[in-house]
Each structure stands twice: as structure tokens, then as C-alpha cells.
Write a protein that binds this ligand. Structure first.
Ligand code: NAG
Length: 171
């Protein structure tokens, strides 16, 4: 009995360390603000576990017409009822041609900062827009971010480097 308990604790510690070190790699210079909403809100939520092994296939497309970069498509999956940032984190761990960083906003949760080394820049009014294209549909904006969006099977997730504002902006 006592032996079994010790063993379990050791395994949990190992798993936890493993997840934390991977996450630090992926997060890059994330300052780790507290709380946030939905997934991966910061250090308080870093103890990860994965219960569901059922995989929902999705495609992630990285588009950057502003810098004239070739479109990149990644076939991957999200856990059943899992959040998008989980699938992105797993993809970044297993495919080194995909990487991203995000900032944790206290109120709005994880906000995508850079994809494949390109970051949005307030001076240029550029940012990474999250769009979702359902089979047969056209790309739509989501009303939640990467930490909250729960993809469905065959969703095409588009990270589109684009600009905000325009002539109607407040200057
Ligand atoms: C992506 O961003 C580009 C550049 O701003 C824009 O022209 C295009 O309409 C956006 N949407 C898609 C789905 O590519």
C-alpha cells in the first residue's frame, strides 16, 4: 500500500515536470500572468493531464500574404472536446516547422503573438487573425480565442496574418 502510493507520486512528479518543461519551450517569453480564461491561463494551470484519447482531425493553415510567404498546411488533431491551443501545443512539440508564442491577457486569456517566427506589430497594425472554415463553408471569425475555441472534426483553422483598422481607425 505505502509502496504503491510512493510509486504513484513519483510518476506524477515525472509527468508534471515533463509537461512543464515542454510548455516553457512552446511559450517562449510568456510572462505567465495569473489566471486568464479557458486553457493554459498561466502557471497555476500548468499541471496537465490528458484523459480523453479520442482524436478529432483538424487542419491548421498558416497564411501570410502581407509578407508574401508560402501558405503552410498542417494535418493534425485535437482531443475530443479539447481546446485549440492544446492541439497547437502538441503540433509544436512534434513538428518543428510549426511554432507559436502567445501572451496571457488577464481578462481574455491566451492571445496569439507570433506564428512561425512572425509576430504581430502594433506599429504596422498587424496581428494574427483566427479564422475557422467548416467543410463547405467560408472562413469565419471566431468569437473566442485559441484558449477557448473547441474545434470540430474537419475544421480548417486559419491563422491569417492581417492588419486591423484602416481609414476609419482613430489614428
Ligand atoms: C487574410 O489576410 C489578408 C491580408 O490582410 C486578406 O486579404 C484576406 O482576405 C484574409 N482572409 C483570408 C481568408 O485569407
Amino acid at each position: 500500500m505505502a509502496f504503491k502510493l510512493i510509486l504513484t507520486a513519483a510518476v506524477l512528479t515525472l509527468l508534471t515536470q515533463d509537461c512543464v518543461s515542454h510548455l516553457e519551450d512552446v511559450e517562449g517569453d510568456n510572462e505567465g500572468a495569473s489566471s486568464g480564461r479557458c486553457g493554459l491561463g498561466g502557471p497555476a494551470s500548468l499541471v496537465m493531464r490528458s484523459i480523453s484519447l479520442s482524436q478529432v482531425p483538424i487542419t491548421i493553415v498558416v497564411k501570410n500574404s502581407i509578407l508574401n510567404e508560402e501558405e503552410k498546411t498542417y494535418k493534425t488533431f485535437v482531443a475530443d472536446r479539447g481546446i485549440l491551443i492544446g492541439a497547437m501545443t502538441r503540433l509544436a512539440m512534434t513538428d518543428n516547422s510549426f511554432k507559436f508564442t502567445y501572451i496571457v491577457d488577464l481578462n481574455y486569456g491566451p492571445f496569439l503573438e507570433s506564428v512561425n517566427g512572425v509576430a504581430g506589430n502594433p506599429k504596422d497594425h498587424t496581428y494574427w487573425e483566427l479564422l475557422v472554415k467548416k467543410p463547405g463553408g467560408s472562413p469565419q471569425k471566431t468569437n473566442v480565442g485559441i484558449g477557448c475555441y473547441i474545434p470540430s472534426a474537419k475544421d480548417q483553422i486559419i491563422f491569417n496574418f492581417t492588419t486591423w483598422g484602416g481609414s476609419e481607425g482613430c489614428g
